[in-house]
Ligand binder design. Structure first.
Ligand SMILES: Nc1ncnc2c1ncn2[C@@H]1O[C@H](COP(=O)(O)OP(=O)(O)O)[C@@H](O)[C@H]1O
Ligand SMILES: [Mg+2]
Length: 286
């Protein structure tokens, strides 16, 4: 009988379409479930019949995906990525801690709980620095802080913005990198592909969502080693591990949990969705 895969989504992107196609080609019967329609009853125990042997969690909303994963895992389903991995990767501070603890090169990173404390951090770190929301993606609100006056104003605006996470100030050294960074797709213990993401002419950030363009990046032993270790440090799974080329070698700045790979797929010879499905097949067998 065909193995059943549940794909949890909140918006079908190109990635979800190709994943469903590959999963069907590999013999899965695919149950695509819009998380917005999920009715979660914590007292209902036998939910495997409704979901299947394995779940691929692909929500864009971090908190939605996280809660759905917690529920499904608690009922004994295998979810990719796991609750632990989703928790760590969805929060840049938890990711930084995991990377640092595992001895992976990562940018100098600080956390502060008030604008005053953040200003003290910046005085030591020097300008320019980078301020980021601890949760978020697509480069949104990732801000270069170029001088104390602007920094103070941005920190004050953040302080006055509703939402508990706005009172958490995640600050990083501005890495002296070329106008590009490196996105790798790591699945289990394998680096599937690496691409450069070049910043668009009108932005300093390299996110594909902001117009960043991808080209192939050669996979050196050093790069492979660091990226695989970074993936392991957050718990492993289907991951987008991102790094920057600093004057002292690559530094990993982020690990993405529900990775977008359209930009990488355009230039890579690797079949990324096929590799993801292969990983799911192996997990089901275990
Ligand atoms: N410390 C840094 N130094 C230089 N550039 C950075 C730094 N942090 C982030 N960037 C740039 O900003 C982009 C977005 O930051 P990132 O931490 O990846 O957040 P997001 O989750 O929104 O993608 C990165 O892809 C990179 O181009
Ligand atoms: Mg990023």
């Amino acid at each position: 009988m065909a193995k059943r895969l549940a794909l949890i989504y909140d918006r079908i992107r190109w990635e979800e379409k190709v994943l469903v196609k590959e999963a069907k080609a590999k013999g899965f019967s695919v149950n695509s479930i819009d998380a917005k329609n999920m009715l979660i009853d914590i007292f209902k125990d036998r939910i495997k019949a409704a979901y299947g042997e394995i779940v691929l969690q692909r929500c864009i909303s971090y908190y939605r995906g996280l809660h759905a994963t917690a529920y499904l895992e608690s009922k004994g389903l295998k979810v990719v990525n796991s609750l632990h991995v989703s928790t760590v990767c969805g929060n840049k501070f938890l990711t930084s801690l995991a990377l640092q603890q595992a001895g992976i090169p990562t940018p100098k990173t600080f956390l502060a709980f008030t604008p005053d404390a953040a200003m003290q951090v910046l005085q030591e770190l020097k300008y320019p620095a980078v301020l980021k929301p601890v949760t978020g993606s697509w480069g949104r609100s990732v801000a270069p802080l170029k001088d104390p006056e602007t920094a103070r104003a941005i920190l004050e605006i953040k302080e006055d913005t509703p939402g508990a996470l706005n009172q958490i100030y995640y600050i990083q050294e501005m890495v002296k990198r070329p106008p590009r960074d490196i996105r790798t797709i790591v699945i289990g213990d394998e680096l599937i592909t690496a691409v450069y993401r070049h910043a668009p002419p009108d932005d300093w950030r390299t996110n594909v969502a902001l117009g960043g363009k991808t080209t192939l990046c050669p996979v050196t032993n050093e790069l492979e080693d660091v990226m695989l270790k970074a993936a392991r440090a957050v718990g492993g799974g289907v991951l987008g591990v991102d790094a920057m080329e600093s004057p002292n070698g690559v530094v990993v700045h982020e690990v993405n949990n529900t990775v977008e790979f359209k930009g990488a797929a355009v230039v890579s010879e690797a079949n990324i969705p096929r590799a993801i499905v292969k990983y799911l097949v192996e997990l089901v067998k275990r």
